[in-house]
Design a protein around this ligand. Structure first.
Ligand SMILES: Cc1cc2nc3c(=O)[nH]c(=O)nc-3n(C[C@H](O)[C@H](O)[C@H](O)COP(=O)(O)O)c2cc1C
Length: 405
């Protein structure tokens, strides 16, 4: 099992002799379970064909910024949002210069400009080009922008010279890529996460539920695993595969979920209540299917509802309680209601999202959130639209930052 399992990696390939090695980088990332898409610069296509990388990745290779067809399928902004990581291997001296200066004059540089997640570059060039003062200034600028550098390596070069500038060996690139996801921020911590909807039975075939897909909770479980935590995921009914190394407990109703939470909460350091727990359940769930015409009236079917237990408030009231994080899915006054929830339920942190926006939230792969926490004056941060995986990684970073020592 690898931290790269199910990670979305955008592999950027630029124009240099080492471009042929990008095919092997792609394969090794796939071996570790990553989903890889490829963007090539025009110069790169002189060194290795898009067809090769398309066949290996199983997806179209993206080449042009100003292409009406690809923009309507998966354009530059979508690709930037899709990626959990952008890895440019090999990165030419020219590409590094353009990246350092914030150019957006081709597809790959524009995607990097739009990216919200991490970017890593694996330089490959002649030793003289690497040692050049301009390249070194660009390296410093990239590092200052938070861009990771993988290599370069020392040794004999394609041009016959020896020195620093070779592409780092492929195993090294893959290891460093995996390492980016293994943050270690929550090493030694136990994290309990609830996810998905709950189903409240009316009779053996019908239930009350909601549109929660579970994607954000499952992404958080994966991000917590990457951060080194021991993770228990208590999930309502979803169609999602649980992340590797997560202990999964499947439940149906809010009552089931509460029992499962309370049986796992001891020695938990962090509780993240992402599940969209149904607020109400039928007062009575009947044993046999309710037949048409058997309702109290022929015209009106009445189901009396009663409030479900408030799972997160129950956790926050425990004497020895974990760092407790709630989600506030609202359709209006999102931040105001979220702040109220933080206070009322005595939470440590609340993640507010606007579920009235159909393009984000419940069933979407993307989200836009505001994180609010207790304790210091600047206690609010807005995260712009990004994949639920990227959002999850940021939330885990914030939790690790705010967790009492
Ligand atoms: C045969 C050949 C090999 C090259 N190898 C490299 C290389 O290894 N690294 C590099 O930075 N540039 C190399 N270049 C120069 C780049 O191809 C050139 O700077 C190009 O504009 C890079 O475009 P890109 O950054 O948009 O991919 C090479 C050029 C040629 C003709």
């Amino acid at each position: 099992m690898s931290t790269l399992t199910n990670k979305r990696i955008l592999l950027g390939v630029t124009g240099g002799i080492a471009a042929y090695k990008s095919a092997e980088v792609l394969r090794r990332l796939q071996d570790q379970g990553a989903d890889v898409r490829v963007v090539m610069t025009r110069a790169a296509t002189e060194f290795i064909t898009p067809l090769t990388l398309q066949a290996l990745s199983g997806h179209p290779v993206h080449l042009d910024l100003l292409d009406t067809e690809t923009e309507s399928v998966m354009g530059h902004i979508e690709l930037a949002r899709w990626a959990d990581l952008i890895l440019i291997a090999p990165a030419s001296a020219n590409f590094m210069a353009r990246l350092a200066q914030g150019h957006g004059d081709d597809l790959l540089t524009t995607i990097c400009l739009a990216a919200l997640g991490p970017i890593a570059v694996a330089p490959a060039m002649n030793q003289g080009m690497w040692a050049n003062a301009a390249t070194q200034e660009n390296v410093t600028a990239l590092e200052q922008q938070g861009i990771k550098l993988f290599g370069p390596d020392q040794g004999l070069q394609a041009c016959g010279e020896t020195g620093l500038g070779r592409l780092l060996d492929i195993e090294g690139i893959v290891d460093l890529t995996a390492g980016l996801f293994a943050t270690g921020l929550l090493t030694g911590k136990k994290v309990l996460i609830t996810a998905g909807p709950t189903q409240e039975a009316i009779d053996p075939v019908r239930y009350i539920s909601n549109h929660s897909s579970g994607k954000q909770g499952y992404s958080l479980a994966a991000a917590a695993i990457d951060a080194g935590a021991e993770v228990v995921l208590i999930s309502g009914p979803t169609s999602l595969e649980p992340p590797d190394r997560v202990k999964i407990r499947r439940v149906i109703s809010a009552d089931d979920m509460q029992r499962a939470v309370m049986s796992e909460i001891a020695e938990c350091d962090i509780f993240i209540g992402v599940a969209a727990v149904a607020d109400f359940k039928p007062v009575q769930s009947v044993d046999q299917k309710i037949k048409k015409g058997e309702a109290p009236s022929n015209q009106v079917m009445r189901i009396d509802l009663i409030e479900n237990p408030d799972i997160i408030a129950g956790v926050a009231q425990l004497d020895s309680r974990p760092f407790t994080v709630g989600f506030a899915a609202e359709t209006e006054n999102v931040v105001t209601y979220a702040r109220r929830k933080l206070e009322k339920k005595n939470l440590d942190m609340v993640i507010a999202n606007d579920v009235s926006d159909q393009s984000i939230g419940f069933n979407s792969d993307e989200n836009r959130i505001t994180v609010i926490w207790r304790g210091d004056p600047d206690n609010e941060i807005q995260l712009p639209v990004a994949s639920k995986r990227n959002i999850a990684a940021r939330i885990i970073e914030l939790i690790a930052e705010k967790l009492p020592a």
